[in-house]
Design a protein around this ligand. Sequence first.
Ligand code: AHR
Length: 498
Amino acid sequence: MTDTVRVSMDAAIGRIAPEIYGHFAEHLGRCIYGGLWVGEDGSIDTTAGLRTDTLSLLRRLDPPVLRWPGGCFADDYHWRDGVGPREDRPGRRNLWWAQGRSETFTESNAFGTEEFLTLCDELDTTPYLAGNVGTGTPDELLNWVEYCNTPDGTELASLRTEQGSEEPHDVHWWGIGNENWGCGGKFDPDDYGRRYRTFANYLRAYDRNIQPEGSLELVACGHITPEWNREFLAAVGDYGLLDHLSIHRYLECGGDVEFTDEQYYRLLTRANQIGTDVDRAAATLETYAPAAAIGVIVDEWGVWHPEAVATNGLEQENTVRDAIVAAGVLDDLNRRADVVTMANLAQTVNVLQCVVQTDEEAAWPTPTYRVFEAYKPHMGATALRTTVDTETKELPDEDHDVQLLSASASRSADGITVTVSNRDLDRDRTVEIETSTDGQFTDATASVLFEATSVDAYSTRENADRFAPTEGTAEITAEGSCTIGVPPTAIATVRLSS
Ligand code: AHR
């Protein structure tokens, strides 16, 4: 079976915001506590209480942004609880994610703002704080901004200095609420729009009058339905109060490791929905806020299997199938580089489609981690228009057919990167990559993921190395394009240079 990927060298879509390869970490199950943070008193090796094994794995992904503290947790979180000597911090309920788990019933607040910002420094990643709209006030959020960003001269700047952070943290990304149509307050779009306007008004004033203008990026929490976003925008009225509109999308079909062939393909086709969600949000913004240049963020995305429930801290096995879904979603987001300003996979460690899993002694990467590693060359590169000629598989009652080959391409100073996933369960595919500039490339290298692992294989501490990339063989053809063979359910990253 031969497929073709045509890359139009002169059809740049836009710069792929590195933040499209972002992550999300919530106070949920073992994501923060146990996965990232264990404190300084146990036997696990740490840097300032953060697991060094998790840190070193995450560093290899060059994570561009990390969203925290939720999720649903954010709209019942009061940031002052997590500042000050740890022994004095109050224990609080965790309204959303405790459910019957006595050991996590109390939020200790041991991991607070300074711990999170230390984590971001350790990972050299950009922090993204989600503010509390549901049970919080504009004053509380404004104070959080002041605590983080005001250099000196105010009580909250002094409070930060007392915590050991004399220099301001300069937090740039601020989410104003999370899922405010659901756990974040059950607001209708009008109510949230009006609240958003008030919260954003104060943050914008801080931005304009206290910091150099443009120091804060404000993110509104939108919805996957255009009607909701339309009503929300109408209620906000002043589109200058929004820099980004975010949406969330989780995917499901079958179990985490138990699924039929048909469910495998159905999950892939459902993943197309993320691209559709982005297109819809962008179209709504284009129609109702045309001059405002508001970006679309996919604030939370990933596969959420039925095995991941609140009582197990939303843990599920992480398979090659999930990784193939992630590759397709990232291809779709690359192709929408002109409108997508960020996307955050849920959730970084141990929870849902995590990239790292841990136990008491070790941390290891999931198959999805391997995809994020393989796609790194796309970060910050220029997305190029690609056309894929492949077979499709029809699935009754789904919105989309499944393309059996997914691909995206980008150009950077190092050359061209083309990522291709053969989603066919049974057949090898020979992929011809044709660029529109004949003869420009003389070198081709390739790495391949999941050549020898089945789609239901999942990562464990013992087997994680089995999912590591192997070298692929990409051959430059006479026309200056290239050919690579991709086994069933494998992903290739091809780099073309001269
Ligand atoms: O990621 C788990 C939960 O999913 C988040 O808390 C919430 O925002 C979403 O519904």
